[in-house]
Design a protein around this ligand. Structure first.
Ligand SMILES: Cc1cc2nc3c(=O)[nH]c(=O)nc-3n(C[C@H](O)[C@H](O)[C@H](O)COP(=O)(O)OP(=O)(O)OC[C@H]3O[C@@H](n4cnc5c(N)ncnc54)[C@H](O)[C@@H]3O)c2cc1C
Length: 393
């Protein structure tokens, strides 16, 4: 069986950047992505500037790509009244279609073995139940040089470190019975996300956030004069709309006059939107079954706070730091797992809990009052925005 230093499950921003960083440092990496690049993904596509330098270090020439620079925020309340804010650090717009594809190409160029179109079915201990216990992994604590086997329908690879970068919800979360999967639907775990690329004459330096009943819709510029329009709402809102996106948009989103105008006048670049369901902002574990989780697999920040992508890449950077120490036999596996968990929580636990708190204030009856209050207190709004953002890494 082929052996590698690191096997990564999931080729989104977390998985791809970790693969690139590890390959840049000379480690052998196999990365599994169930889709084929390039492909679209539900995401608001506004990336905070905290990860600009990191992406450039990963080999993506952002400064040559003429991407829109965004440093203003316009929020409309349920009635469509607009409030303007500054974004202290700001961000830039780029589609996931373009960015993930560029990172995948860079990873291949650096020698990462990229297994596209391969869905990981499970991870197991070497020699233990391979082939018949693929959906689970033993709880036995591993030490030192032992490897785990990552398996798809076509490939089996033994890796010293396995990274779970499979996003918000995957077959593996279910197979491993992760705690957040078992939670009943509640206020933080039953959302849907919908995304379009459109042509619309919006201001390219501004990200707009339009509230509607039990949801909000982000709109910001990306590459080539296009705009990303992406909204998050409750599964209940869709159910009340006969499970039809068009009815949801007509009856619920368009109750906000700003959104009505946009939905009626935007030119949709592809006819059908991207849609995902069962989005959860619940607290998750950062390590389980000796697998280090990064990105949304470790914990997802509400899109309202606009920087889940930077968090995924930052977590990849942190995970690589401890993984490299382990691979150089400078720390034990147990120490790697503990140090990573501690570092993740230090960097992201407060941000994600602030995100959950802020989420509760948006899309409900009090939305207008809260936005008005924030607008009248620039110091407070600046503080809240900065609490949900990190620093460049
Ligand atoms: C509605 C919405 C709007 C958002 N807007 C923004 C925004 O504007 N700015 C921002 O910074 N963040 C935003 N986010 C958050 C952001 O999209 C995520 O935080 C980010 O994509 C996380 O990256 P990741 O690498 O963890 O996961 P992902 O990018 O989701 O990648 C995970 C990958 O794993 C693959 N995969 C899953 N299971 C398997 C398997 N078993 N085998 C192989 N491959 C597998 C998937 O196909 C996927 O490509 C938004 C999220 C939502 C839901």
């Amino acid at each position: 069986m082929q052996e590698v230093d690191i096997a990564i499950i999931g080729g989104g921003l977390g998985g791809l950047t970790m693969a690139i960083e590890a390959a840049q440092h000379g480690y052998s990496v196999m990365l599994f992505e169930k889709e084929q690049y390039p492909f679209h993904k539900v995401c608001g596509e506004y990336i905070s500037y905290e990860s600009w330098d990191y992406l450039e270090r990963c080999g993506i020439p952002l400064s040559k790509m003429q991407l829109p620079s965004i440093h203003k925020l316009a929020i409309s309340d349920l009635r469509g009244k607009v409030y303007d804010f500054d974004l202290p650090l700001g961000g830039f717009g780029i589609s996931r279609y373009t960015l993930d594809h560029a990172l995948a190409n860079k990873a291949i160029e650096l020698g990462v073995e990229l297994k596209m179109g391969e869905k990981v079915k499970g991870v197991s201990d070497k020699g233990e139940g391979i082939g018949n216990k693929v959906e689970g992994v033993s709880n036995k604590q591993k030490e030192g040089g032992e490897r785990q086997v990552v398996e798809t329908d076509k490939t089996k690879v033994a890796a010293r470190v396995v990274i779970g970068a499979f996003g918000k919800r995957s077959n593996l979360d279910i197979g491993w019975k992760r705690k957040f999967i078992k939670e009943k639907p509640n206020k933080i775990n039953n959302y849907i996300g919908v995304k379009y690329h459109i042509y619309y004459p919006n201001k390219s330096d501004t990200i707009a956030l339009h509230n509607f009943n039990n949801g909000y819709c982000g709109m910001s510029s990306i590459e080539d004069g296009k705009t990303c329009l992406c909204y998050l709402t409750t599964a209940e809102n869709l159910r009340r709309s006969n499970n039809q996106i068009s009815v949801l948009e007509k009856n619920i989103l368009a109750a906000n006059p700003q959104l009505k105008m946009i939905l009626e006048n935007a030119e949709r670049i592809y006819a059908q939107p991207q849609v995902i369901s069962q989005i959860s902002f619940a607290v998750k574990e950062q390590v389980q079954n000796n697998i280090l989780f990064i990105g949304d697999a470790a914990g997802m920040i509400t899109p309202l706070c606009g920087n889940g992508m930077s968090m995924a890449m930052h977590a990849a950077h942190i995970a690589f730091h401890y993984t490299a120490q382990f691979l150089q036999d400078r720390i034990s596996r147990k120490a790697m797992e503990m140090m990573y968990t501690k570092a993740w929580n230090k960097e992201f636990a407060f941000r994600t809990s602030t995100g959950r708190m802020v989420q509760r204030f948006f899309g409900g009856a009090a939305t207008g009052t809260v936005i008005n209050l924030l607008h009248k207190s620039p110091a407070l709004s600046k503080k809240i925005i900065s609490l949900t953002h990190g620093k460049p890494f």
